[in-house]
Design a protein around this ligand. Structure first.
Ligand SMILES: [Zn+2]
Length: 310
């Protein structure tokens, strides 16, 4: 809270870590969260979701300039189209100058090249680098393409699973949408996620983006399945594994990549389809849920030992 005194230490030489809040207490979300969006002034909304009751602050104004900017930042981001150097500040300028109205305008920026190179923060060299990065991003993957669409809850993990299911084919995926495919039949896809995908495609603008972007990109064919002996023999192959708590020194992303590398599915929530829960430090409600469902719980050490034993 504003005015609290905290004790901070340096970790790993440089990273500041809050050790203790000396003035704990008096936490009041309503005092901290703005009731109006600092950008557009429209009322904000706090949404409570998930098993940890995470509170998220939203501005629902679809015409909010900051929301608009953030959508472009997501589109150009590492997990989506991965356009190197197209930073938030560059996007803010390009939007401000009126050169970008839709995502695909990024691929038509050369029409404004003569203006852009004379603008503050852009020179001939910086334009060249940016334009090359934009061209490179056109060689992309199914996962990135889907991530770029920004469908609620469809991030890189869900996109990877969908790439597997639909053989990295946008056509196959599109046919599934038109067919009303039930995505909740996939491991770790709940009804909400399945509904989000179908709802997203109900919006005409979204279909337009989905179709139009395809003219600018080339999607890489699916990777040959890496059937390493480890993947075939380890006990997790084909199973859904969920991680909870901290597994030092790995990030959740690294753990999920490892789980996928051994041929298992990385789940994000514990459901009746979960086969194993790997429980690190400070486990939350997932542990209780796994116990109540009778799902085997492993320590990180047990998990790594089993994954590597075969
Ligand atoms: Zn706003």
């Amino acid at each position: 809270m504003p005015g609290n005194r905290i004790l901070v230490s340096k970790r790993n030489m440089i990273i500041p870590h809050v050790e203790e809040n000396l003035d704990r207490g008096g936490f009041d979300l309503r005092r901290l969260a703005p009731v109006a969006c600092p950008c557009c002034g429209m009322p904000t909304r706090v949404q409570v979701s998930g098993e940890n009751c995470t509170k998220t602050l939203f501005c629902d104004n679809t015409a909010c300039p900051t929301r608009y900017l953030r959508q472009f930042v997501h589109f150009a981001g590492e997990k989506a189209m991965d356009i190197e150097g197209l930073s938030e500040s560059k996007l803010e300028k390009l939007l401000g100058w009126g050169f970008l109205h839709s995502f695909t305008d990024i691929y038509r920026l050369d029409a404004h090249k003569d203006d852009i190179v004379t603008m503050d923060g852009f020179g001939e060299k910086s334009w060249q680098n940016l334009w090359e990065a934009i061209q490179r991003s056109r060689e992309t993957t199914f996962e990135r393409y889907l991530c770029a669409m920004d469908i609620p809850m469809v991030g890189s993990t869900a996109s990877r699973a969908l790439a597997k299911q639909f053989h990295s084919s946008l056509d196959e995926f599109e046919a599934a949408i038109l067919d009303g495919f039930d995505f909740s039949s996939l491991p770790d896809f709940g009804a909400t996620l399945s509904g989000n995908i179908h709802d997203w495609f109900q919006v005409e603008e979204h279909w337009y983006l989905w179709t139009e972007l395809r003219e600018w990109v080339h999607i890489a064919p699916p990777e040959a399945p890496a059937e390493t002996p480890v993947a075939a023999e380890n006990p997790f192959a084909g199973k859904t594994v969920v991680v909870t708590g901290k597994v030092e020194p790995y990030t959740r992303g690294e753990m999920n990549s490892f789980i996928e590398s051994i041929g298992a599915v990385a789940g994000s929530s514990v459901t009746s389809k979960t086969n194993y829960l790997v429980c690190g430090d400070k486990a939350g409600s997932k542990l209780d849920k796994a116990r109540s469902l009778g799902i085997p719980v492993l320590t990180p050490d047990e998990f790594f030992a089993m994954a590597q034993a075969s």
